[in-house]
Design a protein around this ligand. Structure first.
Ligand code: ADP
Ligand code: G6P
Length: 734
């Protein structure tokens, strides 16, 4: 069995060099703290950046660095200062971070950042490829490495690759402003499984995939070439036992300086409440707003002056990024002003720490504070909220949490607030201060039970389980066999040996790709050459078989003398002759249906009606995908109620609904042709629902091929139109 390789920019430890010695200090941030517990329990290798640039690392220490990381089960990707600047401070934290947290005005779209991001992602991918085997499972983490899955996939097509995004995925309206939105999505889609903290982030991602890449999405499966990519939400948990046990041991251990100070504060003012806030100093955390809201609270309820104290622990973060420097200044000034204005001889309203504290100090703060007040404006998850609850071993304590944090979805028993609503926050603080202990305990019992059950280990196992199941789903769902090089060779052999061949080739989505305007999807020179070659072969009958109208196909192909069946089987033309009717059909119904379709065009921007001789098609490829599907299902209902028992039916094609006579379909037409001669090689290829009639009705000995990776009655499938051409090129060489 292969190993698991975890890959993220931040490793669980950061290396520092002082006086020629290497120190490993624990990393701050949800990803590193959460995954650390998963990593320490298993046989995984964790690849990431050590936190030191090449320039900061003397050569003679290279080996020592590798050894220090190895002790923690880690291996490094080396980055020089320029790479850290463009990739980490640049694209990751000046472009993606603000954009994904809805701070559009902070997002910088710099080509240099993007180029460095690509190059560094390639470095990470190369490190994985070097250190892994085909049977390993690769788990890529977070927004710094969104191109890695595709880069690894190219070299290791069979490896299981999972990706987890630890920050929000923004709505399509925000995401689409990114100049490199396609590349980012394609990078992520190299994965087999993509995980998010919440369903909302998942939903936003799927919407972008549909709208930007135009891929088919069914529930949470994305269909891309020959792969199905699964998307799901897995809310990350914490190492519950670790926090609970630390809190239990806390009382037994010798007191830290911080704890002494906290205790003396409590002793001197036993009826004051301590309100705690802990975050990295990041604008997404809403620290400045929280301080303003605190001032608002003290103004609204002055009776709480000298009765509450706000402890702010802000951990230094990304301090090379200008927005973080500005925020630092803003928070310093705010704290200074408020403390200056309202402190009394006995009371400082805000205690402000700007530093990273050790784990024990964190526990001191969690266990001593009566209230945790966390007000991110946007936060992928927010583990601090969960950690606070886990340390409340006597079940007291009140959590006030922003609705904008991913964790709010699972922590309904907390007091949820909108960080922009000062009025509500002031009232909630008052409520928290006065909340009876029984109520605190009842709320925390629910919260603790859930956190204990769905801890970080369960979270990681669920993700891994889904990743493993995912690979088997791909194998079972599709009975059609891929046209691999081996299969192609066999088909080709049969083709060469055949005495009489018959080929049915669908056009749109098979011989040619889709175009916004169907009239523009005309054949290219390469296609003509290819079809000419096949059509001129001895004992070979080629039919183009399409839902298109006879005028268009006449213009494109009549001079080439290809045989054609159009409008799904209404018309036939052989060897350059004029189109004749293949089926007797009526068209009177069209007068009745046309206005209905037109009313749908009026109400669905981007859609249009194509009028053929004996059918009407409503195309909705260019509409908003969700809206288009909704309208299509509405139209289906309207049409079915209108046509009743008439001889007409509605066909659901690829982004098109076609109303036509019931006795016409490609299967029926193909079978009629088949009866005309004695063929020993019958081949049909198509991408659409309408082609399924051929696949169903042609005899079992036929070779039927679906284009695309969807459920089909065909025996084989190919990934895309490019592969169709490769296949036909083989036939053309016979
Ligand atoms: P983010 O990942 O955005 O920083 P989270 O709240 O999800 O936010 O995660 C923060 C993590 O960092 C928590 O696991 C917390 O314990 C840890 N942490 C926060 N502050 C400190 C600190 N001062 N010292 C050590 N660890 C900290
Ligand atoms: C968030 C991100 C992580 C990141 C952490 C700390 O939790 O999701 O990927 O590691 O913040 O930020 P830093 O920039 O110090 O790695």
């Amino acid at each position: 069995m292969g190993k698991t390789i975890i890959i993220s920019n931040r490793l669980p430890v950061q290396l520092q060099i002082s006086n020629g010695k290497i120190n490993a200090v624990p990393s701050v941030g949800g990803l590193a703290t959460g995954m650390k517990s998963v990593h320490s329990g298993g046989e995984s290798l964790w690849i990431g950046w050590s936190g030191l640039t090449d320039e900061e690392t003397p050569h003679e220490l290279d080996q020592n660095i590798d050894d220090a990381l190895k002790e923690h089960g880690c291996a490094k990707v080396s980055l020089n200062a320029q790479e850290v600047e463009g990739f980490y401070f640049g694209f990751s934290n000046r472009t993606i971070w603000p954009l994904f947290h809805y701070f559009m005005e902070y997002s910088e779209f710099e080509l240099d950042f993007w180029n460095t991001y690509k190059a560094v992602n390639q470095k990470f991918a190369d490190a994985i490829i070097e250190k892994s085997n085909d049977d390993d499972t690769i788990w890529v983490h977070d927004y710094q490495l969104m191109l890695v899955p595709q880069m690894v996939r190219e070299k290791r097509p069979k490896t299981s690759i999972g990706f987890f995004l630890h920050i929000p995925f923004p709505s399509y309206e925000i995401f689409r402003t990114l100049p490199w939105r396609r590349e980012v999505l394609e990078g992520l889609l190299g994965s087999d499984l993509i995980g998010f903290h919440t369903y909302d982030y998942e939903r936003h991602f799927l919407s972008s995939v549909r709208r930007i890449l135009g891929l088919e999405v069914s529930f949470n499966d994305i269909f891309m070439d020959n792969r199905v990519i699964k998307v799901d939400s897995f809310p990350m948990g914490i190492d519950y036992r670790k926090f609970k046990n630390a809190a239990l041991d806390h009382d037994k251990n010798q007191k830290s300086d911080l704890q002494e100070r906290l205790d003396s504060h409590k002793a001197s003012a036993p009826d004051t409440k301590l309100i705690l806030s802990i975050d990295r100093l990041d604008y997404s955390k809403g620290i400045a707003k929280r301080i303003n809201a605190f001032e608002y609270f003290l103004n609204k309820y002055p009776e709480y002056k000298e009765k509450v104290r706000l402890i702010i622990l802000a951990v230094p973060s990304r301090s090379n990024v200008p927005q973080y420097q500005l925020l630092k200044r803003e928070v310093d000034e705010l704290v200074g002003r408020i403390n200056g204005e309202i402190s009394t001889v006995n009371w400082t309203p805000i205690w402000y720490f700007y530093r990273s504290l050790g784990f024990e100090s964190l526990i001191d703060l969690y266990t001593t504070s009566d209230i945790a007040w966390l007000t991110p404006l946007r936060d992928g998850m927010n583990l601090v909220a969960k950690e606070y609850i886990a340390t409340r071993t006597d079940k007291t304590g009140v959590l006030i949490l922003s609705e904008m944090a991913g964790s709010a979805y699972e922590m309904n028993e907390a007091l949820l607030i909108n960080p922009n609503n000062f009025e509500q926050q002031a009232d909630t603080l008052k409520r928290a201060i006065n909340m009876p202990e029984e109520e605190q305990m009842a709320r925390n019992t629910f919260l603790q039970n859930r956190l204990e059950r769905y801890n970080v280990e369960v979270w990681a196992n669920e993700f891994m389980k889904a990743l493993k199941q995912k690979s088997s789903v791909v194998r079972n769902t599709f009975v059609a066999k891929k046209v691999s090089d081996g299969v192609l060779q066999k088909m080709n052999k049969k083709y060469n040996q055949a005495k009489k061949r018959l080929l049915f080739l669908d056009y749109d989505g098979t011989l040619a790709g889709f175009h916004k305007d169907p009239q523009k999807a005309s054949p290219d020179d390469e296609l003509y050459v290819l079809l000419d070659k096949i059509n001129n072969q001895e004992n070979t009958t080629l039919f183009l078989i399409s839902g298109r109208d006879k005028q268009t196909f006449g213009r494109w192909f009549l001079h080439k003398r290809y045989n054609m069946i159009v409008e799904h089987g209404v018309w036939i033309s052989k060897n350059g002759q004029d189109f004749k009717m293949l089926e007797k059909v009526k068209g009177e119904w069209m007068e009745k249906i046309r206005p209905v379709l037109e009313s749908f065009v009026d109400r669905t921007p981007g859609s249009f009606v194509e009028e053929k001789n004996y059918s009407l098609a409503w195309h909705y490829r260019n509409t908003d995908p969700d809206f288009g599907e909704k309208r299509a299902s509405e139209l289906g209902t309207v049409l079915r109620s209108l046509i009743g028992n008439d001889d007409i039916s509605v066909l659901n094609g690829n982004k098109v609904m076609e109303v036509k006579s019931s006795n016409v379909n490609k299967g029926r037409a193909a079978v009629r042709i088949l009866g005309e001669e004695d063929y020993d090689f019958v081949f049909a290829i198509g991408d659409d629902w309408t082609d399924e009639y051929m696949f169903q009705e042609l005899p079992d000995t036929s070779i039927t091929v679906k284009v695309g990776f969807q459920k089909t009655q065909a025996k084989y499938y190919v990934e895309n139109t490019k592969r169709v051409r490769e296949l036909l090129k083989q036939f053309a060489q016979a």
